[in-house]
Design a protein around this ligand. Structure first.
Ligand code: NDP
Length: 328
């Protein structure tokens, strides 16, 4: 029998946490044959609700679930962690300036990064979901100098999945026929969903669509603003789809991309495609044996270049702001 994998989830009592934990415990995060131990990290006010969720997890009698611990101490929460899903974050509230938002999140992600550095397992993989995800990941990574930088990633898989779904709706294709879609840049309104290298049943997606106006005025803003549209319709932010994307991100990282396809992940830049080194930006990546690589050699046309640059500039501004605040 396999040793259980320790999976830590922060913000476990929140709505994404609620949609996430049951799928981790049922084997969707790592594989249907991989036992897991869950560590739920919450702030003190969230502990009681986390206990309630743990009771429900018990009541599912998941064969793969080998234990649940609940704590508000990051050192305990990340002790021996193999996978960490950083979901809990400080949301932007009315009248909050960017500096306030970044420093509030610095107060969360800096100590968590340090606790990961000091306590996690050597093979720790970190996914940051809590917004601003890319910059929160940068803060956590900077606080964890002993962990290889590439283990800190930010989620753009929901944007990736949303883009595939929109493209399928536009063209009538099956989602499973769409490959090689790319989200570039920041998980924010400036993100750029790129279909120029994507394929639909093997044909170039941009050529199949053949409608630059739809691309610029419909597709890109629909993908970028989908979160707001969900809030408008549902009266609450997207939770199940965000949790699903977190599952997809880690599952693909651990289990690999299919031959010929790729995915999108926010990862520390190595300077590829002109993205300044160290910024946590979304790229097209292939994964294999628990490691990822940026897809190299793609031609970036003018349409794409301008949009990638704009999103990367926003990431640079966020990095400058957290530097100024002493968070990195
Ligand atoms: P959610 O579970 O809905 O969201 C959590 C975070 O995920 C938010 O930062 C949210 O960003 C982000 N997120 C990323 N992508 C998406 C997406 N597509 N749709 C929606 N959200 C997305 O928040 P809740 O308020 O329900 O729960 C948060 C929990 O975290 C609470 O239980 C709180 O106690 C806990 N918490 C724990 C901390 C810790 O463990 N140290 C620290 C802070 C909070 P956005 O706000 O931009 O939507």
């Amino acid at each position: 029998t396999r040793t259980p994998v320790n999976v830590t989830v922060t913000g476990a009592a929140g709505q994404i946490g609620y949609a996430l934990l049951f799928r981790i415990a049922s084997g969707h995060l790592l594989g249907a044959d991989v036992p897991v131990k869950l560590r739920l990290l919450e702030i003190p006010q969230g502990l009681k609700a986390a206990e309630g969720t743990a009771m429900e997890l018990d009541d599912c009698a998941f064969p793969l679930l080998k234990g649940i611990d609940i704590t508000d101490d990051p050192n305990v929460g990340f002790d021996g962690a193999n996978v960490a899903l950083l979901v809990g974050a400080r949301p932007r509230t009315k009248g909050m300036e960017r500096g306030d938002l970044l420093s509030a999140n610095g107060g969360i992600f800096k100590p968590q990064g340090k606790a990961i550095n000091d306590n996690a397992a050597d093979d720790i993989k970190v996914l940051v979901v809590g917004n601003p995800a890319n910059t929160n990941a940068l803060i956590a990574q900077a606080a964890a100098p002993d962990v290889p930088a590439e283990r800190f990633t930010a989620m753009t898989r929901l944007d990736h999945n949303r883009a595939i779904s929109q493209l399928a709706a536009k063209t009538g294709a099956a989602v499973s026929d769409i490959q090689r879609l790319t989200i570039w840049g920041n998980h924010s309104a400036t993100q750029y969903p790129d279909i120029f290298h994507a394929t639909i049943a093997g044909k170039n997606a941009a050529e199949v669509v053949n409608d630059e106006k739809w691309l610029a005025d419909d597709f890109i803003p629909t993908v970028a603003k989908r979160g707001a549209a969900i809030i408008e319709a549902r009266g609450a932010s997207s939770a199940a789809s965000a949790a699903n994307a977190a599952i997809d991100h880690v599952h693909t990282w651990v289990n690999g991309t299919a031959e010929g396809n790729w995915t999108s992940m926010g990862i520390p830049s190595d300077g590829s495609y002109g993205v300044p080194e160290g910024l946590i930006s979304s790229f097209p990546v292939t994964t294999k044996d628990g490691r990822y690589e940026i897809v190299q050699g793609l031609d970036i046309n003018e349409f794409s270049r301008a949009r990638i640059d704009a999103s990367v500039q926003e990431l640079e501004e966020e990095r400058a702001a957290v530097r100024e605040l002493g968070l990195i």
